[in-house]
Ligand binder design. Structure first.
Ligand code: ZN
Ligand code: ZN
Length: 155
């Protein structure tokens, strides 16, 4: 039995598998305050725009920025007004742009399962801006499941 936060982070992880970016896959789930799923999103190029797969490489490899819209933004667009007062679960620590969108969407709690070590200064900004406006910001790593011997069932 897992708690609600782990449950939604695991769903976000599954959602991330739909990502079209070849550099990284991120998944996001938005729920209401009472844990009803409102919307999901993954990082991918905007509609009608060639994604990383079509280019065979992520544009990041050419020193440009990836065309993908971030998972959080895609989920917030789908959730619309219903995101207000809700929770956001994402597989990677949000970037500063997404943090600002999360604030304006009225999200009250953010849970993420992986740290983004790329930019420490940036990271501090995300945490401090979210906490400054009263958003709960929690790092909740998902434990790798033990895939050992499951042959003995004790039920
Ligand atoms: Zn990409
Ligand atoms: Zn972002």
């Amino acid at each position: 039995m897992i708690n609600a936060e782990e449950y939604f982070l695991k769903i976000a992880q599954t959602v991330s598998e739909q990502s079209t970016c070849l550099d990284k896959a991120v998944g996001c789930v938005i729920t209401s305050a009472d844990n009803q799923i409102i919307a999901c999103g993954y990082n991918g190029a905007p509609s009608k725009v060639a994604d990383c797969r079509a280019l065979l490489k992520c544009r990041k490899e050419y020193g440009q920025s990836c065309l993908a819209t971030h998972a959080e933004i895609n989920a917030l667009i789908k959730a619309g007004e219903r995101a207000k007062g809700g929770k956001l679960f994402v597989t990677l620590e949000p970037c500063f742009e997404c943090a600002k969108a999360i604030i304006n969407a009225g999200i009250k709690q953010v849970f993420y399962s992986k740290r983004n070590n790329k930019n420490m200064v940036y990271k501090m900004d995300v945490k401090s801006i979210l906490e400054y406006v009263g958003i709960t910001y929690i790092y909740l790593p998902l434990e790798e499941k033990d895939n050992g011997d499951n042959s003995i069932c004790n039920n």
